[in-house]
Design a protein around this ligand. Structure first.
Ligand code: NBG
Length: 814
């Protein structure tokens, strides 16, 4: 038998390759190897096997006719790669054996991996689910983004407050990326523009920049699930342009040259840790332009390699803008086509529009990106001119269709004329794209009625919906192996490729044997999470209690504090009546707050303060527990979603564009308590209204209440239990007499309560009572849990990608 050390998939071959890589790849003797060394050598071993497929794939990809996808995203949250690659190659078990032979445990080795935290939350994780699905449904694609040296901060909880620690994810090296110094592009900034006549006497524009930086490609292979397709995640790192400051250096201004070098490298230093808030910082705009410019130059080069011409760019590339972060790409492609490739404006514009499509991910006003015209013009003078020209032509068209409607013209304009004047990135993205989509049915409708209303009236056919999805490979197979095995035993092994096959479990939802097995898997997962909670927080929780979980970024619209009001309600009830019929519950929270978000940080402190009180109260100890799980990230998420009984999806209706955590929970058999918001609406439709705990105002009701005059204080005055809870917080009793600590939260709720917590309080409490009642009927609960899992097929990101292929990219996909 011939063995192949670089591509073989048997236990023996993997073991041999691992030992070779340990010695020759990283120069370590087996006798002194640490677990991290083994992790690194194993990763190199698996990487060989992945790259072999990636190279084969690129050869196939260089066919002129195939249209490929370029996904432009400022954020990615891939999670650990090793286990995912083992799964996709189908060699988890042989690898486990190879390691066992060498005296190691696979799970311990997998745990060595540091995850790339190159995103804030849902938006970045969605981009990674889509990369997984693009490869798995075999669509050729490149994910373009930024290689931040420091990703999202690590969260520690000290004295109940969040503290932020810089994320040094690259400190021990990264076996999954390959630097490609030969794939590098110059990116210009600042300076001025000049008009000149070209050889044929035509008037042209040239950009004379003040500085230039270099973007270098770092590639990570993204293999599909049990297919030969392997795509690339190509992230750009900023470096100084060699000898750009040579002149300064020669003139003895060495320190200035060094400073400029550092300034260049700063561009990709750190991820902005704000979720749903536009930071408006100069460096952020530099990041955005930097990665868009590198990516488009790269696409033009790749297209040239297969004999394409810039004018046919759109035939080779479908470019998806993940929110407005890469919207400046519209102006950059125009500049490249018109200024650098001498294509006429109209042809260039047709090409540009046929290339781009834009996904909107939020309606929150504070998240809508606007750049002051002054800053924009200082950094990107040529792009500002191009945007003005796009706008001039666009508004002429508008005026022709809507004469005498100045209001409409000024709302549609790419420029907000209110001082200080600014560039509206959502308008730029919409005008420069042939398709615009929201991320859940409700969100896509609201998008047309609110933020992009005038555009929807102008171009109704441009708008569509693609409901988000999540990858079942990571969020079931990898994180819930027990469940995966059980599903396979009952529904066969096709479900990871066709998630609708989960329906095969529907007819056995009432089968006592199956219920018992389902319950056993859940209990195991709860024990696993309980152990981790003990390790990370010292808190002991009972796996027999109801695990009620809310994990997501901390934001007022997501209403973690409504959940806190429920906990206090139960606590006060138990104080009044120790025999009250309240089944044991463990409340688990997780999520990061933006470092500058005052209210969010105070909500974390509130939850932890409630926790300290509840968890140490002898009389309550076995009834209620409150846990703040620190540093929620993809790695921790693997333990959290599979262990949930109840999923909290309680945002103010109309505010959560989709949510994707809601999908991960339900797919793992949690029941949802939630509002009619984002994808909750569609989840409820799929799993059945009787298997979902619905409460609260609908989006139209929220709007109506706002316009008719909402008075939260009236609700407080009329609802005795609510009043007790709020008064308890105000009294300072929670915080050892400190009545000031939570005053901002209380004043906010009684003052204008912008997210309608008080309006939804009573319905929420009542819905939670229905949860408690059902929980005590174990068989019914398990049956509903099974039905949730069985009916979540729609929410596979494979389905989302097929929708994009069909509705937006015009790429055939079976
Ligand atoms: C977020 C929404 C979520 C949605 C994800 C992915 C931003 C700007 N938006 O509801 O808040 O699930 O995007 O679409 O981060």
């Amino acid at each position: 038998m011939s063995t192949n050390v670089r591509s073989g998939l048997t236990t023996g071959e993997i073991k041999q390759a691992l030992v070779d890589n340990l010695r020759c790849g990283i120069g370590r003797a087996e006798s002194v190897a640490t677990k991290h060394d083994i992790y690194f050598a194993l990763s190199l071993t698996i990487r060989d096997r992945v790259f072999e497929r990636s190279v084969a794939n690129m050869e196939g990809y260089a066919t002129p006719n195939a249209r490929g996808v370029a996904y432009l995203s400022a954020e990615y949250l891939p999670g650990p790669h090793l286990a995912n690659n083992l799964l996709n190659l189908g060699i988890t078990e042989p690898t486990r054996e190879a390691l066992r032979d060498l005296g190691y445990d696979l799970d311990e080795i997998l745990n060595q991996e540091e995850e790339p935290g190159l995103g804030n939350g849902g938006l970045g994780r969605l981009a990674s689910c889509y990369m997984d699905s693009l490869a798995s449904v075999e669509v050729p694609a490149v994910g373009y983004g930024i290689r931040y040296e420091f990703g999202i901060f690590d969260q520690v909880i000290k004295d109940g407050w969040q503290e932020e620690i810089t994320d040094k994810w690259l400190r021990n090296g990264n076996p999954w990326e390959i630097a490609r110094p030969e794939v590098a592009y110059q990116v210009k900034f600042g300076g001025r523009t000049e008009r000149y006549a070209d050889a044929e006497g035509r008037s042209r524009v040239r950009w004379v920049p003040e500085t230039e930086v270099k973007g270098v490609a770092y590639d990570t292979p993204i293999l599909g699930y049990q297919v030969a397709t392997c795509n690339t995640l190509r992230l750009w790192k900023a470096e100084a342009v060699e000898s750009f400051d040579f002149a300064a250096f020669n003139h003895g201004d060495y320190y200035r040259a060094v400073q400029d070098k550092m300034a260049s490298e700063n561009i990709t230093k750190v991820l902005y840790p704000n979720d749903e808030v536009a930071a408006g910082k100069e460096l952020r705009l530099k990041q955005q332009f930097f990665f868009c410019s590198c990516s488009l130059q790269d696409m033009l080069r790749l297209q040239g390699l297969i004999g394409g011409t810039p004018g046919n760019f759109h035939e080779k590339w479908a470019v998806q803008l993940n929110d407005t972060h890469p919207a400046v790409a519209v102006a950059e492609l125009m500049r490249l086509l018109v200024d650098e490739h001498q294509i006429g404006w109209e042809d260039a514009w047709r090409t540009t529009r046929a290339t781009f499509a834009y996904t909107n991910h939020t309606l929150l006003p504070e998240a809508l990106e606007k750049w002051s015209v002054e800053l924009f013009g200082k950094l990107l003078p040529r792009h500002l001119e191009i945007i003005y020209e796009i706008n001039r032509r666009f508004l002429e068209e508008v005026k022709a269709s809507f004469p005498d409607d100045d209001g409409r013209v000024s709302r549609l304009s790419l420029i907000d004329e209110k001082e200080p004047r600014s560039v509206r990135m959502a308008n730029l993205a919409t005008v420069g794209s042939h398709a615009v989509n929201g991320v859940a049915e409700l969100h896509s409708e609201l998008l047309k009625q609110t933020v992009l209303r005038d555009f929807a009236e102008l171009w109704p056919d441009k708008f569509c919906n693609v409901t988000n999805g999540v990858t079942p490979r990571r969020f079931v197979a990898l994180s819930n192996p027990g469940l995966a095995q059980l599903i396979t035993s009952r529904a066969g092994d096709g479900w990871l490729k066709d998630l609708n096959l989960l329906r095969k479990m529907e007819p056995i939802a009432s089968d006592p044997d199956f219920q018992q097995q389902w319950h056993a898997v859940k209990s195991d997962n709860k024990r696993r999470l309980a152990a981790l909670i003990k390790e990370r927080t010292g808190i002991v929780v009972s796996p027999d209690s109801l695990f009620d979980i809310q994990v997501k970024r901390i934001h007022e619209y997501k209403r973690q504090h409504l959940n806190a009001l429920h906990i206090l309600t139960l606590y006060l009830r138990l104080q009044r009546d120790p025999d009250a019929d309240i089944p044991a519950r463990t409340f688990i929270f997780g999520g990061k707050a933006a470092p500058g978000y005052f209210m969010a940080k105070r909500i974390i402190k509130l939850i932890n303060t409630i926790g300290s009180m509840v968890n140490t109260d002898e009389a309550i100890a076995d009834r209620l527990k409150v846990v703040y799980f620190p540093d929620f990230n993809v790695k921790n998420a693997h333990f959290v979603y599979p262990a949930a009984d109840l999923s909290e999806q309680i945002s103010t209706a109309g505010k959560e564009a989709s949510g994707t955590g809601n999908m991960k929970f339900a797919l793992n058999g949690a029941l949802t308590i939630g509002t009619l918001d984002g994808a909750n609406v569609e989840i409820r439709e799929e799993v059945g209204a009787e298997n979902f705990f619905l409460f609260g105002l609908t989006a139209p009701q929220v709007t109506e209440l706002k316009t008719s005059g909402y008075r939260p204080r009236d609700i407080y005055e009329k609802n005795e239990e609510l009043r007790e809870v709020i008064d308890f917080i105000s009294s300072g009793e929670l915080a050892r007499g400190d009545a000031e600590l939570f005053r901002p939260i209380v004043e906010n709720l009684l003052g204008d309560d912008p997210y309608f917590l008080l309006a939804d309080y009573q319905p929420y409490i009542e819905s939670q009572e229905r949860v408690s009642t059902l929980w005590q009927d174990r068989q019914s609960w398990i049956r509903r849990s099974i039905l949730n899992g069985a009916r979540m097929g729609k929410f596979s990101s494979d389905r989302s990608i097929r929708d994009y292929c069909e509705r937006i990219w015009n790429i055939p996909n079976s």
